[in-house]
Design a protein around this ligand. Structure first.
Ligand SMILES: *[C@@H]1O[C@H](CO)[C@@H](O)[C@H](O)[C@H]1NC(C)=O
Ligand SMILES: *[C@@H]1O[C@H](CO)[C@@H](O)[C@H](O)[C@H]1NC(C)=O
Ligand SMILES: *[C@@H]1O[C@H](CO)[C@@H](O)[C@H](O)[C@H]1NC(C)=O
Ligand SMILES: *[C@@H]1O[C@H](CO)[C@@H](O)[C@H](O)[C@H]1NC(C)=O
Ligand SMILES: *[C@@H]1O[C@H](CO)[C@@H](O)[C@H](O)[C@H]1NC(C)=O
Length: 554
């Protein structure tokens, strides 16, 4: 059947570009089975999910992509002897998947599928008994097309073989582009235009050094998973959120290269209402896919109202597809994020990191804004022509705002004076390392650790006793589920005063080039008349990031 395609090679390469552009430019919204059913979906559960999404207003709210994750394929590891495609598990789906695709589409949804770029598919049983698509991409693309599939999530288990130890490889590798491009091309050929590259943010060892998926998936998928899997609990939201910081800053997110922060946990156990609301608002404003993954029949009305929040959905689906970026972190206190929308409005998210009930306050001057009309996206309250907004929130709660009629301040940025950290006095194992991307051509590494390596910069002069100091740093230690928050901590002290613990989120993948420039940290205790010192060391026995430069207000 597929042989006929090869006759049209010249035509399909043009059609492929055209079709790839045919997929929607905004993030997908829909439902996926995994967080509710793990790898055990079946006909009854999937039927219930489709009907509930339609009956409870989710399809009308925009949740259109219906996706069965792992567990749909036959557990005998065999392929269809006639077509060579994966077989559908006849125990769980005795009538196949076509009637379910038809039911979903009859309710106004689009059908989406799941497979894996390995010899086995991810499964809760390890080693997995289910075949993957590697080497059989064309036959599987045909199967997906026969089910009217429009979007495929393509995973990365068992890339090297079928053993337990080969389940979910996290070491950097060189074959991502080839394995994922093979399926992407087959999907384009059959007219399936949407694909998610799901390789959990594992480093790609490219000819230019290590890269993250935001860098290499452009043009060979419509979205990429920016992190390892989510799981229940705030720590997982925080881990993914820290991994998103540098990607949002990079400018790599946009139509055709959506950063997918993984399935939503809204409605599931393990997080408070406020944590779930913040999780949803962050995913929406990052322009992540919004894939509900819970038992929709069992959702309380308060979670339905979170998931169907029209204002956050409108921001998620904004035609500019620009993610919010981190403006500043006050470690263990709060984060301030903001992003531009297509009509000139501004999305703002302030997240409590203290995990206590408190008042979150924002002066719009922190965003270079003099005044604006503000809409509180959780309460729908609006205030006209104001210069700030405050509200009491519960632990890990958030201010989610949309500013319109935005009047910017005209004042210019204060002047900063930069110091190379390698000019400091190093102790306890800290060392100077070459850094091709650094403004100083080198950086200071080995800070912290069990020997508590440190650096002291002196002779720093500034006009401000209390200010946002800027750090150019590198933290490329990519973390995964259960092992990391995707942040490194440093102890920072001004003039020998008590040190402050400061969080530095992941800055990228390449220790020589992926510098986070201008990371703002509020520090006080500077002497405005004479010289100052800044000491950087570790917190606990963990490693601090590497540092290129520090800047204080002149
Ligand atoms: C194999 O594929 C054929 C053709 O699509 C189909 O009729 C048959 O049901 C499939 N068999 C299995 C076991 O999936
Ligand atoms: C979903 O929740 C409903 C309502 O609580 C319950 O009847 C149903 O069994 C649940 N479905 C699954 C698949 O657990
Ligand atoms: C907003 O308020 C400021 C100060 O209160 C005032 O000067 C300005 O004219 C107002 N702008 C609008 C558009 O009402
Ligand atoms: C430094 O300035 C900020 C912003 O004006 C303020 O909130 C903070 O309390 C000040 N810190 C000190 C130690 O004065
Ligand atoms: C590391 O050294 C700094 C001073 O250089 C000190 O403030 C900090 O407490 C030390 N950290 C540990 C874990 O010993």
């Amino acid at each position: 059947m597929r042989i006929s395609n090869y006759t049209f090679v010249a035509v399909t390469s043009i059609a492929y570009l055209h079709v790839a552009q045919g997929f929607q430019s905004t993030p997908v919204m829909g439902w996926n089975s995994y967080n509710q059913m793990a790898c055990s979906p079946n006909e009854a559960k999937i039927t219930e999910a489709i009907n509930s999404l339609a009956n409870r207003g989710f399809v009308d709210a925009g949740y259109k992509f219906f996706q069965v994750d792992c567990g749909w394929a036959s557990r005998d590891g065999q392929r269809n002897a006639t077509t060579g495609a994966l077989k559908i598990d006849s125990n769980s789906f005795p009538n196949g998947l076509l009637p379910l695709s038809q039911l979903a589409r009859s309710k106004g949804m689009k059908w989406a599928m799941y497979s894996d770029a390995g010899v086995r598919m991810c499964d809760t049983q390890v080693p997995s008994p289910v075949a993957g698509s590697l080497g059989n991409e064309a036959a599987d693309a045909d199967l997906f097309k026969s089910l009217s599939t429009e979007y495929v999530k393509y995973d990365n288990c068992y890339a090297d073989g079928p053993l337990s130890s080969q389940n979910a490889p996290k070491a950097s590798r060189t074959d991502f582009v080839t394995r994922f491009t093979t399926m992407w091309k087959q999907l384009q050929q059959v007219g399936i235009t949407g694909m998610l590259v799901c390789q959990w943010g594992v480093p790609y060892s490219s000819p230019n050094g290590l890269e993250g998926p935001s860098q290499w998936t452009k043009g060979l998928s419509t979205s990429f998973r920016l992190s390892d899997d989510i799981a229940t609990g705030w720590a997982n939201v925080y881990r993914i959120y820290n991994q998103a910081v540098h990607i949002a800053k990079s400018g790599n997110i946009g139509p055709g290269n959506i950063a997918d922060a993984d399935l939503l946990e809204v409605g599931n156990n393990g997080m408070t209402f406020d944590e779930q609301a913040t999780h949803f608002a962050f995913w929406a404003m990052l322009k992540s896919a919004l894939m509900i993954s819970t038992n929709v029949s069992a959702l309380s009305n308060e979670f339905v109202s979170v998931l169907q929040n029209r204002d956050l959905i409108a921001i998620n689906q904004d035609t500019a597809v620009k993610p919010i970026k981190l403006v500043q972190r006050w470690t263990a206190d709060r984060d301030l994020w903001t992003g531009d929308l297509a009509n000139g409005d501004v999305a703002v998210l302030v997240v409590d990191l203290s995990n206590t009930r408190r008042t979150l306050s924002l002066q719009f001057s922190e965003l270079g804004i003099k005044s604006a009309d503000v809409k509180d996206l959780w309460t729908s309250a609006t205030v006209k022509n104001t210069s700030g907004y405050s509200k009491a929130v519960n632990g890990h709660g958030s201010l989610a705002l949309r500013l319109s009629n935005v009047q910017r301040t005209s004042g210019s940025e204060p002047g900063y004076t930069y110091s190379s950290v390698s000019n400091g006095v190093l102790a306890s194992g800290a060392n100077v390392q070459p850094c091709t991307g650094c403004a100083s051509s080198n950086k200071v590494g080995n800070l912290g650790g069990s020997s508590n390596g440190s650096v002291v910069l002196s002779n720093i002069r500034t006009s401000q006793a209390n200010q946002t100091v800027k750090f150019d740093y590198i933290n490329c230690e990519v973390g995964y589920l259960g092992s990391s928050n995707n942040e490194r901590l440093a102890s920072i002290s001004v003039n020998g005063r008590p040190a402050q613990t400061v969080s530095f989120p992941l800055s990228g993948y390449n220790w020589a080039t992926d510098i986070y420039t201008g990371y703002g940290v509020e520090l006080s205790g500077f002497n405005t008349k004479g010289a100052n010192s800044i000491t950087i060391s570790g917190a606990g026995s963990g490693w601090a990031p590497d540092f290129d430069r520090i800047a204080v207000i002149a």
